[in-house]
Ligand binder design. Structure first.
Ligand code: HEM
Length: 214
């Protein structure tokens, strides 16, 4: 990695956390889907069959929550809402077409990424709380049957919403060329940083992005 042409965007511990969480998420999502439709039952073989999948699913779910909690504390400072976020949403059409909108002056994460961040954190909290309510044999006996029914519905709904959000996240991660470097090596090119996150680029380098682009 040439440090003269690259910038560290994601530190090692955050990257490890992200990828361990992705592995757990894959197995939890697959076992969850296996209980949705009889035709998808075979997916629970990925976790060693129906009984083992039923035991492991909640423990892996808790692991995802713990990994995300670490990411939350490391990244929340860059994902707080700002005045310019509304402007980003107003220009989302141009951003999607790959047009450069100078006035956006995006920081470390754009408004769409922030929305994803809070969406993931919110849904994972709902999944944890509803998951505890329906977790047999440990916690479910502490709650009434109507509450367990509500818990099951909320858990399934939040699970589907999170999977849809993650499909969008993966699509965008590959669609914006160079983004995956941020979570693999941790380094991104200076050009990528100047183009997509000019304010963050100026903060970490002290350079003027506008000056360098011209
Ligand atoms: C193959 C699957 C995945 C890929 C390729 C991927 C890729 C990425 C990349 C490239 C970033 C950094 C973006 C940047 O620096 O601008 C990122 C951030 C992140 N990812 Fe993923 N990801 C995947 C799955 C997941 C899953 C399953 C979750 C959660 C359940 C997740 C949660 C996050 C979070 C919370 C961030 C930080 C975003 C922010 O702070 O605004 N990712 N991911």
């Amino acid at each position: 990695m040439n440090k003269r042409t690259s910038l560290l965007r994601t530190p090692y511990t955050v990257r490890i956390c992200h990828w361990l969480m992705v592995i757990c998420f894959f197995f939890v999502a697959m076992s969850g889907l296996s209980w949705f439709f009889p035709s998808l039952n075979w997916l629970n073989n990925l976790l060693g069959g129906p009984q083992l999948a039923r035991i492991l699913h909640p423990f892996l779910g808790v692991a995802i929550f713990v990994f995300l909690l670490y990411m939350f504390f490391r990244l929340v400072g860059h994902n707080l809402p700002e005045k310019g976020d509304g402007k980003w949403f107003a220009n989302v059409g141009k951003v999607a077409k790959g047009e450069h909108v100078e006035e956006l002056d995006t920081g470390k994460y754009n408004a769409g990424q922030k929305l994803l961040f809070w969406g993931i954190m919110g849904l994972i909290s709902v999944l944890l709380i509803s998951g505890v309510v329906i977790w047999r044999p440990w916690f479910a006996p502490l709650f009434s049957i109507p509450l367990i029914r509500i818990g099951l519905f909320v858990h399934a709904l939040a699970g589907v919403l999170l999977m849809l959000l993650i499909i969008g996240h993966i699509y965008l991660a590959f669609w914006v060329k160079g983004s995956v470097d941020s979570m693999s090596s941790g380094y991104v090119s200076r050009k990528w940083a100047r183009t997509h996150h000019p304010r963050w680029y100026r903060q970490v380098t002290g350079d003027s992005a506008r000056k360098e682009r011209s």
